[in-house]
Design a binder for this molecule. Structure first.
Ligand SMILES: NC(=O)c1ccc[n+]([C@@H]2O[C@H](COP(=O)([O-])OP(=O)(O)OC[C@H]3O[C@@H](n4cnc5c(N)ncnc54)[C@H](O)[C@@H]3O)[C@@H](O)[C@H]2O)c1
Length: 474
């Protein structure tokens, strides 16, 4: 197609292709962008200058991006009298990789949210949020530099499936009656008649493809720990199942590359004492085993035996220490852990709701919303975006922090395999913050900092890219 929304496709760019699970990125890819509403306009203007400068400096003209504007939100409403034209979705589908600023979510019913529409149409099942510290960024914790995690949040199910019935409606009453009388058989456990009811579906499909993406990411990026975050002690058949299916996926599809935390204990016990019997090994894993039921004991013996029989050959004698560790943590405990022992976590794979909470909690430790990037990714499609909203009171004032969209660009360039451009942006951003030239949100928290405008921040970053290059050449 030669145009979307009546805007011609850049004639000097090419499409990103996708087949067999791999992207083929031309030297001048067409990348759709949505500048976003409110402060999105200032942020996008600043960010695109930085992106182009980084690509130019990294590849000296051999590579460049053919940016292609796609409309959504207020700009689209003004121009086409719709918040989200079909053609905008079509363009993203056509070109596969896109980047967007924040969009107003119009108050009032019946309006399609771009995020939801794209997520559903393109099945963007994984929301990725990398959270790391950049030197100089103001932080509320003592050791923000210990935080360096990438969160993989399931994006399509859980309580976000949007299946709920309002208290007092005939449907809610009907469902409650069915549950109380039929499913719960009028027993002790009953749902109060004045309840609203929501459904929390979590599937094998949704869980496994999410965990697969998280483990593959760990492999591709040299990360050593993947943690499944769940509330399985309470919600056994949803959150608990997430944990179970996550481990299944890890050990079935990535057997030679991973070790689970429990396996590591069994293997370590055997490494330290090769004469250890299965029973002795089991009692080291579960202290107090002698007080457990016979069934529990036998199941544990089976687990130990199965582990040693099936993987000691490849994973024993310390080899497991070089594998990716897959462990799990209960959701409430991970909120403590990311504060007290952040450096023990690297990749977090989470169901939808846990991921929503933990991403913001982690981001808060290293500078908050203004520099928190994100991406929604499916098989063959990826959309990179700032995680903050439109911050409307600062719109068109050229004051807002553009870090979140810029770091979303870093994610995008890494996704495309353009790591040199990504490094250039990341390093120049860090250098600029270190020089204490920052937008208002950081300036008020950094003694001795100089407050700069959004556009000036971009200019300082571009200046610092030359410094990076000179340093690299020396
Ligand atoms: N992805 C999206 O498109 C997205 C996400 C969240 C909210 N929204 C929409 O944005 C609008 C405003 O929402 P909100 O006020 O709840 O959230 P917001 O993220 O716009 O603002 C929250 C707070 O953070 C500050 N802030 C946000 N981004 C900043 C930045 N880059 N630099 C410095 N400070 C920043 C704001 O000034 C405000 O105090 C609403 O219409 C909402 O629906 C869109």
């Amino acid at each position: 197609m030669a145009s979307f929304n009546g805007v011609p496709v850049p004639s000097n760019g090419q499409r990103i292709e996708y087949s067999g699970g791999k992207y083929r990125v031309p030297d001048r890819p067409i990348i759709p962008f949505i500048e976003g509403d409110g402060t999105g306009r200032d942020i996008w203007k600043a960010s695109v200058r930085v992106f182009d400068a980084a690509v130019e400096k990294a590849y000296g003209g051999k590579r460049s991006v053919a940016w292609y504007e796609v409309f959504a939100g207020e700009k689209s409403k003004a121009r086409f009298d719709t918040w989200l034209p079909d053609d905008s979705v079509n363009a993203v589908r056509e070109f596969r990789v896109a980047i967007k600023g924040p969009l107003t979510t119009p108050v009032g019913g019946g309006i399609r949210s771009l995020n939801v529409a794209l997520r559903q149409i393109l099945d963007l099942y994984c929301c990725i949020r990398p959270v790391r510290y950049y030197s100089g960024v103001p932080s509320p914790v003592k050791h923000p530099e210990r935080m360096n995690v990438v969160i993989f949040r399931e994006n399509t199910e859980d309580v976000y499936a949007g299946i709920e019935w309002e208290q007092g409606t005939p449907d809610a009453a009907r469902l409650i009656e069915f549950l109380n009388k039929d499913m719960l058989k009028g027993g002790k456990k009953q749902i109060r008649l004045d309840s609203g009811v929501g459904i929390k579906p979590m599937s094998v499909t949704g869980t496994k493809r999410l965990v697969r993406m998280a483990i593959q990411y760990a492999i591709d990026n040299g990360r050593k720990i993947v943690t499944l975050v769940h509330k399985g002690n309470i919600q056994k058949f949803t959150e608990g199942a997430f944990r179970k299916w996550g481990y299944e996926l890890a050990t079935e599809e990535f057997r030679d590359k991973v070790v689970t935390e429990r396996e590591s204990w069994i293997l370590d016990n055997k490494d330290k004492n090769p004469n250890l019997t299965v029973e002795q090994n089991a009692s080291l894993i579960e202290p107090g085993l002698e007080f457990a039921t016979d069934d529990f004991r036998q199941a544990l013996y089976q687990e130990v035996k199965h582990c040693l029989d099936s993987i000691y050959v490849g994973h024993g004698h310390g080899a497991w220490k070089k594998k990716i560790m897959v462990n799990d943590r209960i959701a409430d405990s991970i909120f403590q852990q990311v504060v007290t022992r952040a450096d023990e976590y690297s990749v977090l794979a989470t169901p939808n709701l846990n991921g929503d909470y933990i991403s913001d909690a982690c981001a808060a430790q290293v500078g908050g919303l203004g520099i928190a990037p994100g991406a929604n990714i499916g098989d063959g499609y990826a959309i990179f975006e700032a995680t903050h909203g439109t911050a409307p009171k600062y719109a068109d004032k050229d004051v807002i922090n553009p870090g979140s969209v810029m770091l979303s660009g870093v994610m995008m360039f890494r996704f495309l395999g353009w790591n040199e451009a990504a490094d250039m942006i990341e390093q120049s951003l860090e250098r600029t913050i270190d020089q204490k030239k920052v937008t208002y949100d950081f300036e008020r928290l950094m003694p001795g900092a100089t407050k700069v405008k959004t556009s000036e921040f971009a200019s300082y970053m571009i200046g610092n890219m030359s410094a990076e290059l000179e340093a690299a050449v020396k």
